[in-house]
Design a binder for this molecule. Structure first.
Ligand code: AMP
Ligand code: GLY
Length: 425
């Protein structure tokens, strides 16, 4: 295999790190990559949305497999682009096509899919500008809080949870009529509020068979105690201590299997990763959302725990030899803690020199780049320190020691990753 990974985050670094250990760094390419991915392969100076240039690079370098890291390229049809080209159709893009990618890129599409397959999820209805009055009536039939979701991709900002009915109506109007999120809010899903604890499950699939990867819990908010603005993710823990055998059985039989079967039944061209964003209510799992790629920062704990060859699983999916199973996972815990630029997720400065005290193989880079001999910050989320431990506490202690050894001007991190899980371990 010679693989091109699309993206520049810690997720892509973790994937490149794993695959590079399996097939050698000469066979791994990352477009555009970052200051860490270049240790695991060749950084390619092409944006991950430049499909023509990416294809030409693949052809010139005998690359046979493309793995999109984020949803953006998938939603823009990267797989369709390669499949529909005359000279690039032999290149295996390990992702759903654009249509199937709507499981992530359209909330209404995903809800309809789940409804057809009887998959537990919050009750909902979808509305457009023409049906805004019905939307108000639907809101009146629900209890507070009200959950409003822009149908399309809105960079994590498209979901509003509001306590007040009048405010919910105003926001619904602003989304539908005033297109608050542009095209993304031409349709809005309103759904029942579910009160519970969230975590994520991942299945690698060829569209028929699936391999269950380790599960994880991420921390999205900037502030300790899960307050403040949403970020790309401040940390993650795997395994999830409240994911009991019983909950796992329910998740597989009520959610994972019906989803994989549903892909075939509904004729979706799906391969790659199904990311199940789940919420547990009274010990029952419900789907909050699907994503069609690995999560970030979940990948930074899921992939290091994966005790199987990731490149082999992708080869198996390609060759039709994938067997359904739960992937072997390293025992104990993996935790990751992000060092971010001060000010993030609002305005922050770049170009700060980074010094790394404790060098760890699993210090995954996100917003970093090399300038001559130094490493400098190049984004909001800078580095993710993944560490292992026999217990969650010992893994976290190691992640925090590592993150304290990383220094750059205005470094910030959340000190409470995993704290809410202590009562379950
Ligand atoms: P989504 O983009 O659909 O994952 O929604 C973003 C976040 O909003 C989720 O991670 C949840 O924390 C929250 N959320 C979404 N839908 C619901 C719901 N029906 N009930 C409660 N919280 C929700
Ligand atoms: N961690 C959530 C995501 O990747 O969307």
């Amino acid at each position: 295999m010679r693989i091109l990974i699309l993206g520049s985050g810690a997720r892509e670094h973790a994937i490149a790190w794993k695959i590079s250990a399996e097939i050698g760094r000469d066979n791994v390419f990352i477009a555009p990559g970052n200051g860490g991915t270049e240790l695991c392969g060749t950084n390619v100076d092409i944006g991950y949305m430049q499909f023509d240039d990416l294809k030409n690079y693949c052809l010139a370098n005998d690359i046979d497999t493309v793995l999109p890291g984020s949803e953006e390229a998938i939603a823009a049809g990267v797989r369709d682009f390669f499949e529909n080209s005359t000279d690039g159709k032999h290149i295996y893009v390990f992702s759903p096509d654009k249509h199937a990618g709507q499981l992530e890129s359209s909330k209404a599409f995903a809800k309809e899919f789940m409804q057809k397959e009887n998959i537990p999820t919050a009750a909902y209805q979808a509305f457009t500008k023409e049906s805004v009055d019905e939307g108000y009536a639907f809101l009146e039939s629900l209890e507070s809080p009200y959950v409003l979701k822009a149908d399309g991709l809105a960079a994590g900002k498209g979901v509003l949870i509001l306590n007040d009915l009048e405010e919910a109506k105003t926001e619904l109007k602003s989304m539908l009529v005033d297109e608050k999120f542009g095209n993304a809010s031409k349709q809005v899903v309103i759904e029942e509020f579910l009160d519970g604890i969230e975590f994520s499950v991942f299945a690698l699939t060829d569209g028929e068979k699936y391999v269950l990867l380790p599960e994880a819990k991420d921390y999205k908010r900037i502030g300790e105690g899960d307050v403040g603005l949403n970020t790309g993710g401040m940390g993650a823990v795997s395994p999830v201590p409240f994911y009991t055998e019983e909950l796992k059985r329910k998740t597989i039989s009520q959610i994972v299997e019906p989803t994989i079967k549903g892909l075939g039944k509904q004729g979706l061209k799906f391969r790659g990763i199904v990311f199940f964003g789940l919420i547990v209510v009274n010990n029952d799992p419900f789907v909050i959302e699907y994503n069609v790629r690995m999560g970030d920062p979940e990948t930074e704990v899921v992939i290091p725990r994966l005790d199987e060859s990731l490149s082999q699983l992708i080869e198996d999916a390609k060759n039709g030899t994938l067997l359904s199973k739960t992937a072997k996972a390293k025992s104990g815990y993996a935790t990751t803690v992000f060092a971010v630029s001060g000010g993030y997720p609002e305005a922050y400065e770049k170009g700060k020199e980074i010094s790394i005290g404790i060098d760890s193989e699993t210090l995954f880079h996100a917003g970093t780049k090399r300038m001559d001999t130094s490493l400098v910050t190049n984004g909001g989320r800078v580095l993710a320190a993944t560490c292992f431990g026999d217990s969650m506490r010992s893994a976290l202690d190691a992640s925090y020691a590592s993150i304290k050894g990383v220094n750059f001007d205005k470094k910030h991190y959340r000190a409470d990753i995993g704290k809410d899980l202590e009562k379950y371990v």
